[in-house]
Structure formats: C-alpha cells, structure tokens
Write a protein that binds this ligand. Structure first.
Ligand SMILES: [Zn+2]
Length: 249
C-alpha cells in the first residue's frame, strides 16, 4: 500500500469554466466533487468557491496546509478525449505506479476506459512539467501531485450525480481517507496549552531573520502574526530564512 500522507484536492478551473454538453461546466462539477470529498472526509481543498485562483496560489495553499498528495480534479475535452487519464510529474517517475492505481480504480468505478498514466514535459525544458498544477507543487515540496481527468465532459455529463458519488467512495477507499477532523488544522489545533505548529514553524524562520538582519525585522512578533495570516508573507519569510541558512559564512 502506498503512503499518501496528507491528501488534498484541487477542484480545477473556476465557476462556469469549460463548457460541455447542455448545462455541463467542468469548473462547476469539479467544485461539486471537491466539496463532496471535503464533506465526506474533511480533506483540504484549494478552492471552495467559484473563484479563479492562480495555479501557483493553489499550490502554495496546499503546501501551507501540509498536503503531501495533491489531486487536481478535471474532466477532459474534446469529446474524442474519452476515458480516464492521470498525469504525474516528470520529476517523480516513481509516481507512475500510483497514477496507474488511481486511474484504474476510478475508471472501473464509473465504467469508463482507463487510458493510462502519463507525463507531459514542458517543451522548453523536458526536465520540468508542462502543467502548472504539477510543476508548482513539485517546486514547493509536495511529494505526489496528480491531474486526474475523470473522463470527458460528455461522459461525466451522463448520470453525473451517480458518477460523483462513486468517485468520492473510490477516493476514500484507495487513498485511505479517514473521517472529518482526522488531521488537525495546524494553524488552530496543536493540543491544549501549546502554540499551534504553524506559529512555531514561522517563529523559527523569523528567529533566523532576526539574528541576521535585526534592523530590518524590527518587531519579530509582528512578522509572525502577518505570516500566519498571509501566504505570500509566509513564503517570503520561509524562503529568506532558507537563503540565509544556505549562505551562512
Ligand atoms: Zn480541466
């Protein structure tokens, strides 16, 4: 059995995005799928509304939440692109087996053909991934990012509710997703009387900055609070601390 660690999902696109047959919209149905997964298992989602979030912001949110396995939820176009396909990172060839496992099980559950696991290298640099929602998570240390195409829009538009319920059950089984609240929120819950793990982590980075450049940092506690609220500041502080550590005389 694979060790997926903490699993999160990325409902692809945004409200109304990618028109399929009739009223089918990929962005809406994939959000519905994400919200069903969250309700069933309490998993992390990169978006819970129709808003259009950039791929790098989605990746940051997932990395911040401590996600190890990130599955981006999609259906495919054009109509000829039928069947289930799973993309994994060119940087993580070991993920091919996991991708085949996920794709095979999802395809079987909803009665579609499994087209296989694939990578898509970037044209300019074949050592990196073409898809931002695989490339960015890898750069941010998320171990297993995948894109799952759950058939074409045209396939998913048929018996949609039934297919979504089957997909939710299948992910729960194959990824060993537990009950809601199985994974404590690191920003709020670290046991009674202890500072949250996220704050302890940020405090560590700010300590490094404060030792190196106290005149710039000023009030360290202020930056801890700002970084806890703002993912851009969190990453700025985290990366600066890492840079200082790497360039110590
Ligand atoms: Zn898509």
């Amino acid at each position: 059995m694979y060790n997926f660690g903490k699993v999160g999902f990325d409902p692809g696109h945004h409200a109304g995005a990618n028109v399929g047959p009739g009223t089918y919209r990929e962005g809406d149905v994939m959000l519905q799928l994400g919200l069903m997964l969250q309700k069933a298992y309490g998993v992390f989602l990169t978006r819970t509304t129709g808003s259009n979030i950039t791929l790098s912001e989605r990746s940051k949110l997932a990395a911040n939440a401590g996600v190890n396995t990130l599955i981006s939820l999609h259906t495919n176009a054009p109509e000829a692109a039928a069947g289930v396909i799973v993309f994994y990172s060119v940087r993580h060839p070991g993920d091919k087996q996991i991708a085949e496992y996920i794709g095979g099980e999802i395809a079987r559950a909803i009665g579609l053909r499994f087209r296989g696991a694939a990578t898509k290298p970037s044209t300019g640099n074949p050592q990196t991934d073409y898809f931002g929602i695989i490339r960015n998570p890898v750069q941010m240390g998320i171990k297993h990012p995948f894109i799952v195409e759950h058939g074409s829009h045209w396939e998913m538009a048929v018996n949609t509710e039934d297919k979504l319920a089957k997909i939710v059950g299948t992910y729960g089984r194959i990824l060993q997703l537990g009950q809601p609240d199985q994974t404590p929120d690191p920003t709020t819950d670290n046991g009674p009387g202890k500072p949250p793990a996220k704050i302890v982590e940020i405090q560590g980075y700010v300590d490094i900055l404060n030792k190196a450049v106290p005149q710039i940092i000023g009030e360290p506690q202020k930056w801890v609070e700002k970084a806890a609220d703002d993912t851009d500041i969190y990453w700025l502080i985290r990366k600066t601390a890492a840079y200082i550590q790497a360039h110590k005389p």
